[in-house]
Design a protein around this ligand. Structure first.
Ligand SMILES: [Fe+2]
Length: 384
């Protein structure tokens, strides 16, 4: 499986994963052969890349964190929620941050948001996602592909799935996990109101505060955890936004703490948010392959991300996800390449690999090796 840019796609290439569009419909299913018409439609919808299955590669389907049916239903609900809130508050868009804050806290906005029972639906979706994600032992290690229109929904769902899995790795109580999941689904809702000419720092500062204020104002605030919206851009060392709060780098909260500290669910969401941004790419940075994304997170552990939370994440996140291509270094397979055929849940950086080509690039008879048996081998993801 390779990740190809839209310009590299040719008719006849095979889809390696299902593609669910911004309306929650399956746009192209796994195994479908691309036509020029499909490629043009994908470009129109703002997809920048696609997972393609190589014909000479073994049949290894990548895992998904969220099943297609649950993802479709969740996208539909999120779209409905975001659209309604955006419509109700459309007139606020042009106002200053202070005016927006005042409006969000006004009685009629609260009544509007609550009366629609919209957020109740979101909390039901959060429960469905928990049921779905928790049937798996590890994350897939790959995020969904984002179109221009659907990026906010897919990002929210992917962050939610990663957060649920981290929460399960630290045995977060179910009620708290549901708050985290609901908060993740709406963590970027403040993006609906920020002025278009905001710079990058302004956008981060404003969407976190506005999201927090909006969720805090709702009847569902218990379930939807406004702190997830508030703190998902904060850092352990206090260098984050909007409040610059510090963290303890632990899961256990220190006793007798008097100064305000980051909440655990905010810290989990911050890590899940960053991981999805690394894998999916942002306007500032192209996407990273999964192994490099994990290296980036390691680099920022302790300063940006809670050390204990990162450790929990590493227990559920494959470094070389199933279906991805790897280059092997070290004897006896130096410079061979292959495809990850199985992830080993006990050792997420030592998968099973089906070797396909030797160092000279010649095809070898497919041979599955367990990389745990070759401790000297090192692996690098390729094809991204
Ligand atoms: Fe955000």
């Amino acid at each position: 499986m390779n990740v190809l840019l839209i310009d590299q796609l040719r008719p006849g290439f095979l889809m390696a994963r299902d593609l669910v569009d911004a309306k929650g419909r399956i746009l192209l299913a796994r195994g479908v052969a691309l036509t020029q018409g499909y490629i043009d439609t994908l470009r129109e919808k703002g997809y920048s890349r696609l997972y393609i299955k190589q014909e000479d590669q073994p049949d290894v389907d990548p895992e998904e964190d969220i099943s297609v049916i649950v993802r479709s239903r969740a996208i539909e609900t999120l779209r409905e929620t975001f659209d309604s809130i955006e419509q109700e508050l459309a007139s606020l868009r042009a106002q200053s941050h202070e005016e927006l804050l005042k409006a969000i806290n006004s009685e009629n906005i609260r009544a509007l948001v609550n009366q629609k029972a919209l957020l109740e639906k979101v909390s039901r979706i959060a429960s469905d996602l928990m049921d779905d994600v928790l049937t798996r032992r590890t994350l897939a290690g790959l995020t969904s592909l984002k179109s221009r229109d659907g990026a906010l929904y897919d990002h929210s769902l992917d962050v939610c799935a990663v957060a649920i899995m981290i929460a399960s790795a630290i045995n977060l109580p179910t009620a708290r996990m549901r708050q985290l999941a609901g908060g993740c689904l709406l963590h970027d809702i403040g993006m609906l109101f920020i002025p278009r000419d905001d710079d990058e720092l302004g956008r981060i500062r404003h969407h976190t505060i506005l999201g927090y204020e909006l969720l805090k104002a709702t009847d569902e605030s218990e379930i939807l955890a406004p702190y997830v919206a508030y703190e998902h851009h904060e850092h352990q060392d206090g260098s984050g936004l909007p409040r610059g709060l510090k963290g303890s780098n632990q899961i256990q909260r220190p006793r007798g703490q008097t100064t305000p500290m980051l909440t655990l669910i905010g810290e989990i969401a911050a890590l899940a948010n960053h991981y999805d941004n690394l894998l999916s790419g942002t306007p500032q940075q192209p996407p990273l392959p999964p192994d490099q994304a994990i290296e980036d997170i390691s680099r920022l552990t302790g300063s940006f991300f809670n050390r204990d939370v990162v450790m929990a994440m590493r227990r559920v996140t494959p470094v070389y996800p199933k279906g991805t291509q790897v280059l092997v270094r070290g004897a006896p397979y130096d410079r061979f390449s292959g495809v990850v055929s199985r992830v080993n849940p006990e050792q997420l950086d030592r998968p099973w690999i089906v070797l396909i080509r030797d160092a000279a690039g010649n095809r070898v008879a497919p041979d599955e090796i367990d990389s745990r048996e070759y401790p000297k081998l090192s692996l690098r993801t390729i094809g991204f």
